[in-house]
Design a protein around this ligand. Structure first.
Ligand SMILES: Cc1cc2nc3c(=O)[nH]c(=O)nc-3n(C[C@H](O)[C@H](O)[C@H](O)COP(=O)(O)O)c2cc1C
Length: 153
């Protein structure tokens, strides 16, 4: 099975999680800027990852998803993950409330399901300590475990 991990990352944290997931799936993680239609069309499983920015994925990931249609990629399975601030441990008061407002991976899950794709459950969220990181201790291992839970065929 051919798997593609595609991600966006502003400060590098989602890139690290994407690389760990790709390692578990024995593939490469590709930045959204470097993904082309042929790569998407060839993939049997497309894993999409984004930092959570204002409760949603980044504009580049949203644009990628806008261009995906089941007619072209109907045979592909999809899976979504995000990075996010750990709202319960954040010292920033605003961040304590953001977990009520949503995250990028459930947003992707809903959008892709609405579009008619078969999307692996559940979407995954991985914690960073603060906006610029670092990735919270243990989250790279959790990313590796999540990768193992994804369909192999
Ligand atoms: C403008 C901005 C908006 C953000 N919005 C959210 C948010 O809504 N929820 C959240 O949990 N984290 C939010 N964050 C924190 C990001 O999720 C964090 O910067 C990201 O996970 C780091 O990943 P990256 O290094 O790949 O960019 C925001 C950060 C910035 C700078």
């Amino acid at each position: 099975m051919k798997t593609l991990v595609v991600y966006d990352s502003v400060f590098g944290n989602t890139a690290k999680i994407a690389a760990k997931i790709a390692e578990g799936l024995e593939t490469e993680a590709v930045h959204v800027d470097n993904v082309n239609d042929a790569m998407l069309e060839e993939a049997d499983l497309i894993v999409i990852g984004s930092p959570t920015r204002a409760f949603k994925p980044t504009p580049k990931i949203i644009a990628l998803v806008d261009n995906l249609t089941p007619a072209r990629f109907g045979l592909a399975k999809l899976a979504a993950f995000d990075t996010r601030v750990n709202a319960t441990s954040s010292k920033n008061l605003f961040m304590r409330f953001v977990d009520k407002m949503g995250y990028a991976a459930p947003w992707l899950q809903n959008k892709l399901t609405e579009k008619g794709f078969w999307v692996c459950e559940p979407p995954a969220g991985f914690f960073v300590e603060a906006s610029e990181g670092p990735v919270q201790v243990g989250e790279l291992d959790r990313a590796a475990a999540w990768a193992k839970s994804l369909p192999k065929d």
